[in-house]
Write a protein that binds this ligand. Structure first.
Ligand SMILES: Cc1ncc(COP(=O)(O)O)c(C=O)c1O
Length: 455
């Protein structure tokens, strides 16, 4: 019999531990640096993060136990199904076998609750009753609002203004889960007011919204900050995706040759890819030729066109500096519809692995991602988030190469979220109103001039 369409696991198969790739990296990760150019101490960050999270951020342990309370909340939607995309394969006429891990089935509709839930849990455990955060597309803000409800924590979200205007339903989703939502730049913080003084019509960026949320958390003893991507602990939490996928492939006696995932800050990419890279690090023969590919927009090409340097995580320079691929912290990406991929940097772990050539990256244009999203939706029925369409595009391109070469490769992509709140973007695509922004070389060059000086 052919492979089933859905490969399912039991609740008892939800991983008991997260996988920490730091234990298997050829070189130790570069530390974040403070204003004095020295590695930041955990104490310096304890104003905005609980100790349990800081320990995970700095940990070199390979396996970190998932608390029972978190596994209990994960049960609402995990384990997520692994699908075999039989219909997409037929539509493409490819000999490749295409699989996707469906993270769209979480309450918020993406992979983001995988880390929102533990972050809310550890903050509540530390006695924190309030969290501030930023959101671009609205996926992260919704996820933290939901997770806040799981553990009785109030959540305030600074939402990038362009998304606040484009996505009223995301705002009401967050409000349904009890969060307060403000358009960023806002009048609530110095970072927001400074930007509005210069440019009253500024549509915001993820970097600026991070500045607002961090400023609020740093200035209030009762409030901590939660980040939806980039940092080590976030990628750690997301490894439930890849750990489950490995069990699902084992169940059908298969293993991917290539893995694709969209890459904004890098969390769903790390989540699906790192557990497979563990097999490679362990010298497992089946992973010998495995290729793991991060997919980003041509208009915000952090890994493929950025520089590997120390930079701030936010636009205003409030965060420690981290060594990562960056387009410059004050780079304002064009208003593409994959809001979650409009970030100037990439996770330091993903950046280091890319720098050391252990993973690959490609950049794809906006229109081609929507084309791929439509093919997927029409074949498989699920409408993907614009971010997810990037991974789908690269996977379809590989499946078409297989059609040319006749290779029956096994391909896996992460369906990081559904697009039900992104129909305005699909409408623009149908109306012919979406454009392919070119690589914004002048804006990047200007922004890279402002990289912080190190050493
Ligand atoms: C559905 C979806 N996919 C991917 C991303 C990109 O983020 P990351 O690179 O952290 O996975 C986002 C971010 O908001 C998202 O909402």
């Amino acid at each position: 019999m052919s492979t089933p369409t859905k490969i399912l696991l039991e609740e008892s198969d939800i991983p008991t531990h997260w996988y920490n790739i730091v234990a298997d990296m050829p070189n130790p990760p570069t530390p974040p640096l403070g204003p004095d150019g020295q590695p930041v101490s955990p104490e310096a960050l304890s104003a905005i993060f609980p100790n349990a999270i800081l320990e995970q951020e700095m940990s070199g342990e390979r396996w970190i136990a998932i608390p029972d309370e978190v596994r209990e909340a994960y049960r609402i939607w995990r384990p997520s199904p692994l699908h075999r995309a039989h219909r997409l394969e037929r539509m493409l006429g490819t000999p490749a076998k295409i699989y996707y891990k469906n993270e769209a089935i979480s309450p918020a509709g993406s992979h983001k609750p995988n880390t929102a839930v533990p972050q809310a849990f550890y903050n509540r455990q530390a006695g924190i009753m309030r969290l501030s955060t930023e959101t671009g597309a609205g996926q992260w803000g919704s996820s933290l609002a939901f997770a806040g409800q799981m553990f009785g924590i109030a959540v305030r979200v600074y939402m990038v203004k362009v998304s606040y205007q484009q996505k009223p339903s995301r705002r009401s989703t967050m409000q349904t889960w009890g969060a307060e939502v403000f358009a960023s730049p806002s009048e609530m913080t110095k970072a927001g007011r400074d930007m509005l003084a210069v440019d009253p019509n500024n549509l915001g960026s993820l970097g600026l919204a991070i500045s607002e949320a961090v400023e609020e958390a740093a200035g209030r003893a009762d409030t901590n900050y939660a980040l939806g991507s980039v940092l080590n602990h976030v990628l750690l939490h997301q490894t439930v995706i890849g750990l489950e996928a490995k069990k699902q492939f084992a169940k059908i006696g298969a293993y991917p040759d290539m893995i694709f995932a969209p890459c904004g800050g890098g969390s769903n990419f790390g989540g699906i890819g790192f557990p497979f890279l563990a097999d490679k690090a362990a010298g497992d023969a089946k992973a010998k030729n495995l290729r793991v590919v991060a997919v980003e927009p041509i208009s915000c090409p952090t890994l493929t066109r950025g520089v590997y340097a120390y930079d701030y995580g936010d636009a205003s320079g409030y965060t420690p500096i981290m060594k990562m691929y960056t387009l410059g912290h004050d780079f304002m990406p064009p208003g593409i519809h994959a809001g979650g991929l409009r970030y100037h940097g990439a996770s330091p772990l993903v950046s280091q692995l890319f720098h050391e050539k252990l993973i690959e990256a490609v950049a794809v244009p906006q229109l081609a991602t929507f084309e791929a999203g439509l093919m997927f939706a029409r074949a498989e029925g699920i409408i993907p988030a614009p971010e997810s369409c990037h991974g789908i595009r690269a996977c379809i391109d590989e499946a078409l190469r297989c059609k040319q070469s006749g290779e029956p490769k096994t391909l896996l992509f992460n369906l990081s979220g559904h697009g039900h709140f992104d129909m305005a973007a699909y409408d623009r695509y149908f109306a012919g109103g979406l454009e392919d922004f070119a690589y914004p070389s002048e804006a990047v060059t200007a922004s890279l001039k402002h990289l912080p000086k190190v050493g």
